[in-house]
Design a protein around this ligand. Structure first.
Ligand code: CA
Length: 314
């Protein structure tokens, strides 16, 4: 993780400059004369870190401490090996996960070595980068009229529990009824003019941020009928001969009257004419003029319309 990141040191020897400690090459090294000496690695982003590894020059038993920081000012100890007496080709230290951008290594001495030089081939830092963990999809309303464009909004949480910045994320909205439901570029639900018998659907979003793909939970949207929509539905059924004969003018007239009273604000009359619609379409003596499928959809929509107008459903 430290590999070829920005690194600075209190001092460096010509030929063994500080970038040699993070270049991934076991033959190059950083060296500085005198103790203590400090190296600071800037990881250039915040990571969850839980392990560091050091490759001391000539397997020396360096004594050192490691501190981490989010801002490069306030540092917290994660490793204290200032009493170390072990010489090895690789010194490894694990510690509880910390979130950090800066990692500071300070060599304070070396057990059994009196040369006075600090020198390491490599300084490795292990952990994970924060990524998108969860996205939540919300709709401005979970009921929608056919002509309405309900807005969708998305929020995300990163693996460090902080809110995700989704401004550069790729977002794809999908639905369980792709023939009827589409989405505008700014995240609005668009319902096709002819919704057939679809009265509810699920929507969800797939979000890609920094190559991490996360899918939201689906939310359920219900399409509420309107008189205008029912008129259009009736025309469609008429065109496909699913409603015909003397039933057509009766149904049309009921809707027309209901719409007229709706515009006047006469709620009782609006409901009265919608109830007439139900009476006509349920008339056994006219049942040869409507297919069971068309009857089902029209009846359900107008019954729902009445319930909504009566305030018994929202
Ligand atoms: Ca190196």
């Amino acid at each position: 993780m430290a590999y070829k990141k920005t690194v600075t040191a209190t001092k460096e020897e010509g030929g063994n400059e500080v970038p040699g400690i993070v270049d991934g090459n076991p033959n190059t090294r950083w060296a500085a004369e005198g103790m203590p000496q400090t190296v600071i690695v800037d990881l250039e982003d915040v990571y969850s870190i839980n392990e560091v590894g050091l490759t001391p020059y000539q397997n020396r038993a360096y004594q050192y401490k490691v501190e981490t920081s989010l801002d490069g000012k306030d540092y917290t100890f994660v490793v204290d090996r200032t009493g170390n007496t072990d010489g090895a080709s690789f010194l490894k230290d694990e510690f509880p996960t910390v979130n950090a951008r800066y990692v500071k290594l300070t060599a304070t001495g070396a057990h059994g070595y009196t040369g006075g030089w600090v020198s390491f081939h490599e300084f490795r830092i292990y952990g994970t980068k924060f990524e998108l963990d969860k996205v939540t999809l919300k709709a401005a309303s979970q009921t929608v009229l056919p002509e309405e464009h309900v807005s969708l909004s998305l929020t995300g949480v990163m693996t460090d529990k902080k809110e995700a910045d989704l401004s550069n994320a790729t977002v794809k909205f999908e639905s369980s009824q792709p023939e009827v439901v589409s989405f505008s570029k700014d995240g609005k639900i668009i319902i096709a003019d002819y919704v057939k018998d679809v009265r509810s659907f699920d929507v969800w979003a797939t979000v890609v941020l920094d190559e991490k793909e996360v899918k939201s939970e689906a939310i359920s949207i219900t399409i509420h009928p309107t008189i205008e929509h029912t008129q259009q539905l009736l025309s469609n059924y008429e065109n496909s001969k699913m409603v015909k004969g003397p039933l057509v003018p009766q149904l049309r007239n009921s809707l027309q009257q209901a719409l007229h009273h709706k515009e006047k604000g006469h709620l009782d009359q609006e409901i009265h004419h919608l109830s007439n619609f139900i009476k006509h379409i349920s008339n056994e003596s006219l049942k040869e003029y409507v297919t069971p499928e068309a009857k089902d959809v029209l009846l359900q929509d107008v019954q729902k319309l009445i319930l909504i107008l009566k305030g018994e459903e929202n």
